[in-house]
Design a protein around this ligand. Structure first.
Ligand code: ZN
Ligand code: CU
Length: 484
């Protein structure tokens, strides 16, 4: 009889492909799944009786801002406790590397950390820092367009010159050679909004050969969202690069009810090119406070404020009343600040979440002292609330959206499926109990129902909390499949 490190017996296995569950044993050796089958026989110290529990590939959080968190706080409990085993960092145009700051990080790079935290002038130095920190989850990284702009431009309210683009391209290439997944943009933010389509196109150029992806926080998510989607898809079409629209939503009250149109635009693009999106399962967004999004009809919570830390957790309406000023004036006074905007309709969010091209991404903000609950709740909420209770999709489909689909789209080879030879990133949970517990009022709370999480074959989390092992590491881009 051969030996293995861990044998998980009689689990209800959802392998990530979207197919239905089967009762199977899974054997793990040297960080890999060495066999999947029934009645497996192995010499092993560790046998896990998984009867009545669901075993899936570890979840891949495709949209995170954990760039610096994986180094600063390598336990990564917010993610590990949800069954997440891989985080994709560098979204929305902002990444921790390659970055050389002159002064303070521009908005919204300040979401990731303070000036002193940005110490990775090259992608390889960032990888070395991850290796040293040894985070509990795997880390795959995009390079942020805004980060590149800030490295090479004296001011961000204009499009880049050819010489500046050359400088950015050299840094992007170093990152792609080092295994970066692709390029992200955050064109809605004022730090990138002045960039022309041609600037982004030039930077997307090297992704073609590298097999990278282009992810984008669209130029706008409000009234002109269809134009913004057209721009994103044009960039993908002209470069033959897969496009992933980040946190797809119809933001702003005037935009509610338009998810059908927006998904139709995605469908149309998908008939001729590789395109998809991610979504978080909440009817509220969160970022730095943007005066353009202040709307008296929308409830906005201030999560932090540099000049007024005492108002963290208060609504903008409350602050405006306390100060006897308009909400716009209050917003000006609390800047720079973080905010949660209750500016999405639940119906639109559900329709987008349900779409077969939609992956799950938390967009959680680990540096926020009063974070949006998506940081701790996203994955169990999709499984417990939106699959089990609301029946938006089957459990198998929900798992597929957080495992194989993202692994294929982003080119994370050897992950996202329970198959012999795949990395043993595994999540075991009680499908009847799994549920998020983090709320807007009490956002830092671990989910219920997660029984065990293995990262690269190492038991890293149980229902009693994190183990003493941290087994994650940097994950380089593998092949990307051009998906129709
Ligand atoms: Zn974003
Ligand atoms: Cu984001």
């Amino acid at each position: 009889m051969s030996s293995c490190d861990t044998l998980i017996r009689n689990a209800s296995v959802l392998d990530g492909s979207g197919g239905s569950s089967e009762i199977l044993d899974v054997a793990v050796r040297d960080g890999l799944i060495c066999e999947v089958g029934s009645g497996l026989e192995y010499h092993t110290q560790i046998v896990v009786d998984a009867e009545g529990l669901t075993l899936t590939p570890g979840f891949i959080d495709v949209h995170t801002h954990d760039d610096l968190a994986v180094i600063r706080d390598p336990a990564m409990l917010a993610k590990l406790s949800q069954g997440v085993t891989t985080v994709i960092v560098g979204n929305c145009g902002i990444s921790a590397s390659p970055v050389r700051l002159r002064g303070e990080p521009p908005d919204p790079m300040n979401l990731l950390g303070g000036a002193g935290d940005f110490r990775y002038g090259t992608f390889s130095s960032y990888k070395a820092a991850i290796a040293e920190a040894r985070p509990a989850v795997n880390v795959a990284a995009l390079v942020g367009h805004t980060a590149l702009r800030n490295n090479h431009m004296d001011r961000l309210d204009r499009t880049a010159t050819d010489a500046e683009i050359e400088g950015m391209l050299a840094q992007l290439q170093e990152a792609l050679d080092g295994g970066a997944l692709g390029l992200s943009s955050g064109l809605a933010y004022l730090s990138a909004n002045a960039a022309s389509t041609e600037e982004v196109l030039a930077l997307a150029g090297p992704l073609t050969l590298a097999g990278g992806v282009y992810t984008t926080h669209l130029r706008t998510e409000t009234e002109a969202i269809l134009d913004a989607m057209r721009e994103a898809f044009e960039i993908g079409r002209r470069t033959q690069v897969p496009v992933i629209v980040s946190h797809l939503k119809c933001a702003g009250i005037a935009n509610w009810g338009r998810s059908g149109e927006v998904l139709q635009a995605l469908e149309t693009a998908r008939s001729t090119q590789d395109a998809g999106c991610d979504c978080y399962p909440y009817a509220a967004g969160s970022s730095t406070l943007d005066l353009r999004q202040v709307d008296e009809r929308v409830e906005i919570t201030i999560t932090w404020s540099t000049p007024h830390p005492e108002i963290a957790g208060r609504s903008l309406a409350w602050i405006a009343a306390a100060w006897s000023v308009t909400q716009m004036e209050a917003a000006r006074r609390v800047q720079p600040a973080g905010a949660i905007y209750h500016s999405i309709s639940e119906e639109d969010m559900r329709r987008i979440l349900r779409h077969p091209a939609t992956m799950i991404g938390s967009d959680g903000l680990p540096n926020d002292p009063r974070p949006h609950p998506r940081l701790w709740g996203t994955f169990p909420r999709v499984l417990g609330r939106y699959s089990r209770e609301e029946r938006l999709f089957s459990l198998a489909e929900a798992v597929h959206k957080m495992t194989e689909m993202p692994a294929r789209r982003f080119g994370l080879a050897g992950r996202g499926l329970i198959r012999e030879g795949y990395c043993a990133d595994l999540t075991l949970f009680d499908a009847e109990k799994i549920m998020d517990t983090a709320t807007y009022a009490d956002p830092v709370r671990a989910a219920e129902g997660i029984e065990s999480v293995w990262v690269n074959g190492v038991l890293s989390y149980t229902a009693r909390g994190a183990t003493t092992e941290r087994a994650g590491g940097f994950v380089a881009r593998g092949r990307t499949a051009w998906i129709q």
